[in-house]
Design a binder for this molecule. Structure first.
Ligand SMILES: *[C@@H]1O[C@H](CO)[C@@H](O)[C@H](O)[C@H]1NC(C)=O
Ligand SMILES: *[C@@H]1O[C@H](CO)[C@@H](O)[C@H](O)[C@H]1NC(C)=O
Ligand SMILES: *[C@@H]1O[C@H](CO)[C@@H](O)[C@H](O)[C@H]1NC(C)=O
Ligand SMILES: *[C@@H]1O[C@H](CO)[C@@H](O)[C@H](O)[C@H]1NC(C)=O
Ligand SMILES: *[C@@H]1O[C@H](CO)[C@@H](O)[C@H](O)[C@H]1NC(C)=O
Ligand SMILES: *[C@@H]1O[C@H](CO)[C@@H](O)[C@H](O)[C@H]1NC(C)=O
Ligand SMILES: *[C@@H]1O[C@H](CO)[C@@H](O)[C@H](O)[C@H]1NC(C)=O
Ligand SMILES: *[C@@H]1O[C@H](CO)[C@@H](O)[C@H](O)[C@H]1NC(C)=O
Ligand SMILES: *[C@@H]1O[C@H](CO)[C@@H](O)[C@H](O)[C@H]1NC(C)=O
Ligand SMILES: *[C@@H]1O[C@H](CO)[C@@H](O)[C@H](O)[C@H]1NC(C)=O
Ligand SMILES: CC(=O)N[C@H]1CO[C@H](CO)[C@@H](O)[C@@H]1O
Length: 862
């Protein structure tokens, strides 16, 4: 039987379909947990309850549903409540700066933040972004990202997030969130969850690429891997108080991310205690009733597909409540969650209407852009929101540059006789830095991937420009050849040069744009644009060849990394607008590199395992991606299969050297871990709902904007007004058991606070180690603490703690850190809780995942 979207959605919610055809399935978890206003949410929750109690059903629905794609200025805007002065909320991309705007900063990408291993910089960047979003009149920033985490090394959007290591990602994700929200903007932790590849993420997009599939890819995962890897950073986000979570396009165990009761109701809301709201990714919603009951709180951008003028919610949500399918309390809970987040970050005190338009850079335009309706008004005020953020962008760019090889070549001195700057990646884009929409092409230097995770550059300092400035200051000579296919002239120039600086790159992005045949995900992990030949040509002719890589992740360097004339290699990632200045700071020694690779550099693509699914491997049905690698991704995979990487996770050189000594472990007095028991309060409703359908007919005299999503409908004939072809089906057959239940519910053992059971975050051990700068320049070192959890099927080591320290020459510091219960536990599927297994546990400290000179065994923990 061919199932339509509704049937699949409803059936999966009731979990009957997949067991029967042998596919992975997602177990049902109902009812959807209601917000309780725990901990830091208490005050905001109270205010939210107050206001929600005053709202009519149509007003409540308005706040849950976007007004449709391109209808107002931001990429997403909710309906407003004019009666009580609740404004339309503006939601805007991206994780690295304000998308579709001007006079904003283009920050380094998440992957560069990961390479800094610096909590402070993660916070400062988050805060700086938050200030810019706030000043543009944006209420919700659609970032940061920890999904994809990076199981597939070639996954197109890995660079938007941080690192394939969940502990590194979790800390930086949380700091970014705190920074954004301290600036008064709601942060969105996305994409929840397992949005690990671009191929098949959306059925219409896959069709566009010639695949005939009925549904999005299903990422099939076991419960242990879910907890220990992919959910981990989201637990940190919830613990950091994140206001919003965006559910993803993909399916998890054949149930869509935005209507999966196991991931939304159970893991996120019941177990992690999330008190904010879940919004759909843009067009990731596939059902109205199903999504509402499974835990979705906001429909974005509100229409069923862009510009249909129809919605799974809006009028349909009003109707769903009136016909008794969706309980009032569920809609109340959606709005309480949204308003709690709004108050929690203090948005009400900072609110200004958006002063830019996502859809045009013209000063004037229609207020409803896509349909060219409404008053013709000023839509762009060109408000400059950059402050002095360029300094921070430059600093993060430099402090995220990983020095991979240095045979005495660096730093440069400005006394070089002749500097050759080689490779297209050194120069500007002939079409301008913003020459292609959403950076969907690669001409000139790469400083950002492509897709919705981008921002317009205010300017882009190229490596050529910055290096030329340095050489001119030293009264030297500098020549550039940026034609990657002109190997003859590159050879000639390299032959004359005393140093050749070769710039190469590799790009990736989001699936709706294909660049050079890469449909978001990378087709390979080699360099683009003849990069290997440019490097080899330079190296064969110049005995001092330094390679700088701008890339979205690891690339294969096997062909030249050990060439005797390659005297230096640097990975600069995606550094943002100050790219050239950042790399010049490192090349000329103003910044001593202290970054560490946030991923492993393997010898081949195969060395990483975990191939992504690029074929329709389930016929017309949803492609199936089985996460059989479990927790063994990136370095854990290399360790398990004795694969020697070229550069390991956590690796990075400095212009100085460091020594680690004196590892001390102290057991702390911790209380016993107590699984949470008891029950929630029964659900409450807020305000009275008028069930008279005539109250929700479009107000007389309203001038309806085409394609605009309203909470109202045409006639009191609910079925006719809904125009849902399957109207009424779900009640008799598919409403999941317990979904409408509002009685007290049992609490989960691993729950109890934001981010889960508070006992998980109790510290069990204090660890200290001495680190000394043994060279003669100041520099940064990143001590890394790894744990081996023991047991037959665990990774050799897993990262748990790190810090970035600055040390003067000969300076010695004692670095102290702590290990909490979660750091030492495994997820026990049977107990549905974290447990510290009886296997012996060791800790290791050093400065990479494979350079761990210090070891200690841990005493038995509580
Ligand atoms: C997916 O199915 C596996 C295997 O049955 C199960 O362990 C896991 O909890 C399920 N996860 C979700 C999110 O449905
Ligand atoms: C819903 O939001 C729209 C757009 O902001 C607004 O025009 C309309 O009046 C709102 N409806 C209600 C019931 O407040
Ligand atoms: C796609 O596959 C379905 C189911 O096999 C089939 O009915 C339909 O004709 C196919 N469409 C195209 C465009 O090939
Ligand atoms: C209501 O939702 C159904 C799908 O569930 C859709 O087909 C219909 O067009 C929607 N109606 C309105 C008025 O948006
Ligand atoms: C820019 O990139 C696009 C697509 O990658 C390519 O077609 C075009 O020729 C390039 N333009 C220039 C001026 O290099
Ligand atoms: C890898 O992909 C890039 C970008 O499409 C392309 O330039 C390069 O030639 C490819 N490499 C190989 C070995 O096919
Ligand atoms: C290294 O560069 C020199 C030129 O400085 C060249 O003569 C030599 O052949 C190069 N070595 C290799 C292995 O290519
Ligand atoms: C590189 O070649 C130059 C001559 O082109 C020579 O002076 C220099 O010593 C060589 N350096 C090394 C490290 O071999
Ligand atoms: C509601 O009425 C409008 C205006 O007459 C019409 O365009 C629209 O199709 C109607 N909607 C439904 C679901 O019948
Ligand atoms: C109630 O309304 C919703 C939204 O239009 C619709 O999807 C559902 O089928 C209706 N259920 C009943 C029992 O009428
Ligand atoms: C239309 C609008 O609200 N514009 C605002 C844009 O932002 C500036 C600076 O914050 C405000 O002064 C404008 O009122």
């Amino acid at each position: 039987m061919k199932l339509g979207w509704f049937e699949v959605a409803a059936l999966t919610a009731a979990s009957v379909v997949s067991a029967q055809d042998g596919l992975a399935y997602s177990p049902p978890f109902y009812p959807s947990p209601w917000a309780e206003g725990q901990g830091e949410w208490a005050e905001a929750y109270k205010r939210a309850v107050d206001i929600v109690s005053k709202l009519t059903l149509a007003e409540k629905v308005n706040i849950t549903t976007g007004t449709g794609w391109g209808l107002e200025r931001c990429v997403g805007q909710t309906g407003s409540v004019p009666r009580l002065n609740i404004p339309s909320m503006c939601l805007q991309d991206s994780p690295l700066g304000v998308r579709f705007a001007d006079h904003n900063s283009a920050f380094p990408a998440g992957i560069n933040v990961a390479a800094t291993w610096d909590k402070r910089l993660a916070y400062l960047r988050g805060h700086a972004m938050g200030e810019e979003f706030s000043d543009k009149g944006i209420d919700v920033q659609l970032g940061p990202s920890a999904g994809p985490l990076g199981v597939h090394v070639d996954g197109g959007r890995n660079w938007e997030g941080f690192s394939p290591d969940p502990a590194l990602t979790g800390v930086l994700f949380a700091e970014t969130i705190k920074g954004i929200q301290d600036a008064g903007v709601i942060a969105t932790a996305k994409h929840y969850i397992l949005n690990e590849q671009e191929h098949f993420r959306q059925e219409p997009e896959a069709r566009g690429y010639g695949f005939n599939v009925s549904d999005s890819v299903s990422e099939n995962i076991d419960d242990k891997t879910m907890h220990e890897l992919y959910l981990w950073p989201f637990a940190d986000a919830v613990r950091a108080g994140v206001g919003a979570i965006m559910c993803s396009y993909n399916q998890i165990n054949n149930s869509y991310g935005c209507e999966n009761s196991e991931t939304l109701n159970k893991l996120l809301k019941a177990e992690l205690g999330f008190q904010g709201f879940v919004m759909s990714d843009w067009s990731a919603q596939h059902s109205g009733v199903g999504a509402a009951l499974a835990g979705l709180d906001m429909s974005m951008p509100g229409d069923t597909a862009f510009n249909t003028g129809l919605s799974f919610w809006g009028a349909n949500l009003t109707i769903g409540v009136l016909n008794g399918t969706i309980p009032q309390w569920r809609v109340d809970d959606m709005v309480v969650r949204i308003m709690s987040a709004y108050y929690k970050v203090g948005r009400d005190k900072k609110y200004i209407p958006p002063n830019f338009s996502s859809w045009t850079r013209d000063e004037y335009g229609f207020s409803h852009h896509t349909v060219s309706e409404g008053p013709y008004v000023k839509v762009n005020e060109y408000v400059d929101v950059q402050r002095d953020h360029a300094d921070l962008v430059r600093r993060i760019g430099a402090e995220s540059t990983v020095l991979l090889k240095n045979e005495g070549a660096l730093p440069l001195s400005r006394k070089e006789r002749l500097v050759a700057v080689l490779g297209e990646d050194a120069r500007s884009d002939p079409w301008g830095a913003n020459g292609c929409n959403d950076r969907g092409c690669l001409n000139g230097t790469l400083a950002m991937g492509w897709g919705s995770g981008t921002a317009n550059f205010p300017y882009l300092v190229t490596p050529e420009q910055a290096i030329q400035n340095e050489v001119i200051k030293g009264r030297g000579n500098v020549f550039t050849n940026s034609d990657n296919w002109d190997l003859t002239r590159i050879a000639a120039l390299a032959r004359q040069a005393s140093v050749s600086l070769v710039f190469v790159n590799a790009d990736a992005g989001e699936g709706y744009i294909s660049v050079d045949g890469n449909e978001g995900d990378r087709n390979n992990i080699t360099l683009w644009k003849n990069g290997d030949n440019v490097v080899k040509t330079a190296a064969n002719n110049c005995n001092n060849t330094i390679v700088v890589i701008h890339s979205v992740g690891p690339v294969l360097v096997s062909e030249w990394y050990d060439h005797p004339n390659v005297t230096g290699i640097l990975w600069a990632g995606l550094p943002g607008q100050e790219s050239g200045n950042s790399i010049a700071d490192v090349l000329y020694g103003r910044v001593n590199p202290g970054a560490k690779s946030p991923f492993t550099w393997g010898k081949t693509r195969e060395a990483y395992g975990s191939p992504l699914v690029s074929d329709a491997n389930n016929g017309y049905g949803a492609p199936q991606s089985d996460f059989t690698q479990g927790v063994f991704i990136d370095y854990r995979h290399f360790d398990k299969f004795n694969e020697t990487p070229i550069y390991e996770f956590g690796y990075g050189l400095s212009y100085t050297t460091f020594e680690f000594s004196d590892l001390q472990v102290q057991r702390l007095n911790a209380s016993k871990y107590t699984p949470t028991t008891g029950q929630t309060e029964p659900v409450k409703t807020f305000g009275e709902i008028d069930y008279d359908a005539s109250k929700y007919i479009f107000p007389e005299g309203l001038e309806r904007i085409h394609e605009f999503i309203y909470p109202w409908f045409n006639t009191t004939d609910l079925k006719g007004s809904s125009a849902d072809p399957h109207y009424g089906w779900e009640d008799s057959r598919y409403i999941p058991e317990g979904a409408k239940e509002g009685s007290a519910q049992p609490r989960l053992p691993a729950s109890g606070g934001e981010g889960g059971n508070p006992g998980l975050y109790e510290n069990l051990f204090r660890v200290s180690v001495t680190i000394k700068n043994t060279g003669n320049v100041a520099g940064d070192e990143v001590p890394q603490l790894y744990v081996s959890l023991g047991g037959p099927d665990e990774p050799k080591v897993v990262l748990r703690k790190f810090d970035r320290l600055h040390l003067a020459p000969s300076q010695e510091v004692v670095w102290t850190t702590t290990l909490n219960r979660r750091d030492l536990a495994n997820w026990d599927v049977a107990a549905q809780n974290w447990v510290i297994t009886p296997y012996p546990k060791n800790i290791y400290v050093g400065n990479s995942s494979r350079k761990l000179p210090l070891k200690a065994s841990l005493p038995k923990a509580q």
